[in-house]
Write a protein that binds this ligand. Structure first.
Ligand code: 13P
Length: 288
């Protein structure tokens, strides 16, 4: 069991009627909640981190913490770093032992995105690490404000552009925009272009991931499980779960030791939430 490369999880998930879950951690409690939920449901899992974790713990401590937990887990765990603004941080994470990172240059001009991604891929591959890249920018709104009139399909990934991008960069995993967005939003998406996901997977032979898991209706996720998408990312709803739990318990608990009691309660609460998500994604089918 224990620490595996992300491609090992994603390749098998491409053909099964389930999704691998990728959940964001930013501290020890969230990371433990994710791993113990995976163990309790006998599911492989992707433990990923990003800007908030780097800011809180620093890249070295964060990577060491994640790898240590993964190495000692009873299930397969891949550790992954979400795109941060600075490619230098992604390279540092690889230096400290991380075996996969995401680069999001989708806001850049295509040629600049290609140049950065290609350089990162070459450095990562020389250390035995893998690179996921995002193509087709995905707006982010934690609160959903400003999404009222958004055209979800405006930034959808184009097949010809993907072909050009993949052949020039040599990426290992593709995160296309299928009409998905990050964060919470009131005007929820009614569909995702799963045909696009299937044709990208078939044409290029790369694992396909689905970002922006928060707020995607269950019936769409059911369809995504049957598609060639391998994995779904979840972040905003996890932060929200932990924040609400902390707020409730700060209002009711006080005294010496209450801080660690609150942290433990919120860790266990998050574990239960993630167990529900993993069961819904059907990740346990990986081992069958
Ligand atoms: P959400 O914040 O919408 O769950 O998306 C997470 C994500 O895609 C991380 O890249």
């Amino acid at each position: 069991m224990a620490l595996v490369k992300i491609s090992e999880l994603l390749k098998k998930a491409q053909t099964g009627d389930f999704l691998i879950g990728a959940f964001e951690c930013w501290n020890y409690e969230s990371a433990i909640a994710i791993i113990s939920a995976a163990e309790a449901t006998k599911s492989p899992v992707v433990l990923f981190t990003g800007g908030p974790g780097v800011k809180l713990l620093g890249i070295r401590n964060l990577v060491r913490m994640m790898l240590d937990l993964a190495e000692n887990a009873e299930v397969k765990v891949a550790c992954h770093l979400e795109s941060v603004d600075d490619i230098g941080v992604l390279l540092q994470a690889i230096k400290y032992g991380l075996k996969s990172v995401i680069y999001d240059g989708s806001e850049l001009l295509l040629e600049e995105n290609i140049k950065n991604t290609k350089n990162l891929v070459s450095a990562a591959h020389s250390e035995g690490a893998e690179v996921e890249a995002q193509l087709g920018s995905m707006p982010f709104s934690e609160s959903g404000v400003g999404y009222e009139n958004i055209d979800f399909f405006k930034h959808k990934t184009k097949v010809e552009e993907a072909q050009y991008f993949i052949s020039r960069t040599g990426i290992d995993v593709l995160a296309p925009n299928l009409g998905n967005v990050h964060g919470l939003y009131k005007q929820k998406i009614q569909n995702l272009d799963l045909d696009l996901a299937n044709s990208l997977a078939e044409q290029f032979g790369l694992p396909i991931t689905l970002h922006g898991g928060t707020g995607i209706p269950d019936e769409i996720i059911e369809e995504a499980k049957k598609s060639k998408i391998s994995m779904m990312y979840l972040a905003t709803s996890i932060f929200e779960n932990f924040r609400i739990c902390t707020k409730l318990n700060i209002d009711t608990k006080s005294g010496y030791g209450s801080t660690s009691d609150i942290a433990a309660l919120c860790r266990d609460n998050l574990k239960t939430y993630i167990m529900g998500k993993l069961n819904f994604l059907g990740s346990y089918k990986f081992e069958t």
